[in-house]
Design a protein. Structure first.
Length: 262
């Protein structure tokens, strides 16, 4: 196993060789690789969702390549090495699992989770660089998809008491924000409409949290369901020798209901 890992590191070093390497690989830097890190992470998720284990192995390799790629660039600049990356996560895992690697005892999952969050907070405090770094909300990556970032921010706030204790008030807040969206729409002020839509989405994410639903996964599943039903509509319309734009909405809606029943 270690032989294969070293082989991968050697291959990456050769690809980055300034004279004998690949021109594309040589010109990359941390920033230019950002889209590939994101893309590979999502392709891992896609393989898991499709339960394609062969593809999962391949996609995990592609994601590992991004770690090796960044580590090689850092090593060339005398910043850190792949070995130091591995050591960093190893130390972190040991530090965050005192119930496994030390003598800590937790009486419940909630107590264990609280200790995990405290460990993360201590880590953030150690590397604090700005006044905002002291906030309980610090450390949530701004580059996360909006729904995931929103959920993490709200979860952090909830851990420190800023949250509803029961579900009914959250439903009421959703209804309140929806009414404010309608008022903004009636005003015709586009900036205000966008603001209120954002507030509505934020409180819907909060509702998802209270109902133990992952909002990112819920929206992804609903989008896939929408796409599947829309494909059905396209096939039915095409089978009739027509195109979508020729159909009335009522006809398309009837096909949508057929798709739901199917």
């Amino acid at each position: 196993m270690l032989k294969n890992t070293q082989n991968l590191l050697d291959i990456m070093a050769q690809l980055r060789h300034p004279e004998n390497g690949c021109p594309w690989d040589v010109k990359q830097d941390f920033a230019s690789l950002i889209p590939y890190v994101i893309e590979e992470a999502y392709e891992v998720v896609d393989a898991i969702e499709r339960n394609d284990l062969d593809d999962l192995r391949s996609e995990l390799g592609d994601l590992l390549l991004q770690v090796v790629f960044h580590s090689q660039i850092a090593n060339e600049q005398d910043l850190f090495s792949f070995d130091q990356v591995a050591k960093s996560i190893s130390d972190k895992l040991i530090r965050r699992h005192p119930h496994v690697f030390a003598d800590a005892l937790f009486s419940s999952d909630a107590e264990r989770h609280a200790a995990w969050e405290q460990s993360k907070a201590d880590e953030r405090k150690e590397k604090s660089k700005t006044p905002e770094s002291d906030s309980v909300l610090s450390g949530v990556a701004r580059s996360l998809p909006a729904l995931i970032e929103c959920e993490k921010i709200q979860d952090r706030a909830a851990q420190h008491g800023f949250d509803w204790k029961t579900v009914p008030p959250v439903f009421e807040k959703v209804e309140e924000e929806l009414a404010e969206v309608k008022e903004a729409w009636e005003s015709g002020n586009q900036a205000h409409i966008q603001e209120e839509i954002g507030d509505l989405l934020l409180v819907v994410v909060n509702l998802a949290r209270h109902l133990n639903v992952n909002p990112e996964m819920a929206l992804k599943q609903s989008t896939q369901k929408f796409s599947k039903r829309f494909y059905y509509i396209e096939k039915q319309v095409a089978a009739a020798g027509r195109v979508l734009k020729e159909c009335e909405l009522e006809e398309l809606d009837a096909l949508w209901n057929e798709a739901k029943r199917a």
